[in-house]
Design a protein around this ligand. Sequence first.
Ligand SMILES: *Cc1c(COP(=O)(O)O)cnc(C)c1O
Length: 326
Amino acid sequence: MTDPVTVPTYDDVAEAALRIEGHAHRTPVMRSRQVNEQLGLDVLFKCESFQRMGAFKFRGAFNALSRFTPAQRAAGVVAYSSGNHAQAVALAARLLGIPATIVMPLDAPAAKVAATKGYGGQVVTYDRYSEDREEIGRTLAEERGLTLIPPYDHPHIIAGQGTAAKELFEEAGELDALFVPLGGGGLLSGSTLSARALAPRCRLVGVEPEAGDDGLRSLAEGRIVHIDTPQTIADGAQTQHIGELPFEILSREKVEVTTAADDELVASMRLFATYLKLVVEPTGCLGLAALRNMAHELPGARVGVIVSGGNIDLARFAQLLLGGRA
Ligand SMILES: *Cc1c(COP(=O)(O)O)cnc(C)c1O
């Protein structure tokens, strides 16, 4: 691999912000008087559900691909993902004129496969029960000379993801706390770099699904804990372990982690739809769900929440809201 493996810093986030400017959207920061009254807080929602392809992942993907050398651009990129990272890499590659190969499970939702193909990505399928996607990705990279871009454990991905929090602090000023969804840790570690540089007094809270509290355990135990794929409706945070670079940043900065249960995510989806008129995917609800549990600890505080994405099909959205349960 020719990729650097150094731990990124805030300078890398600032540089990523320049690279994505004019390509990624500067997403809106929204407030709800009703939510503020219910929680006794002033809450600022950074709405990455309005980012290109519907989630913050476009930021990291565009930043990483924009740094390819001419030879890397000509050969192409490979990524493995069944979710938002696949679409982010496919779209960023298309905008930059780079061929993209995306490794997806045979049983990936048809809508996601179609979206990835719609962005011009070449989809290679594998059997998730008998084949290893990382190995397929590596083999494709070696045989075809492609550059592998992982979803979170990469300095340029982390730097790109940190630009959402950077924009929020620039617009809102210092905050008392920031709540951020946690899967592999790209978004939380990038947000941490921005927070420490722009809002040093801000308390940082990463939020992962209750069914998969590996991040919380990893920071408590001082080593990366691996778990089985957690059963949760938060499919963007169904990771088996956090990345090495995120782990370094999160443990060095002593970032706090908490969890939210699936029924709490559904309750937050309902709040977003009712008061902010927002369609937010379950993973994007992790921050608000945890904040609702912790509001009593933060009376009167100004709190940021990263609303990480809005990609959910309408039938599923309706089913969750009406049923109330997973
Ligand atoms: C990927 C993703 C996350 C988790 O991000 P990590 O960088 O893996 O921690 C959260 N929300 C959404 C919508 C995502 O797509």
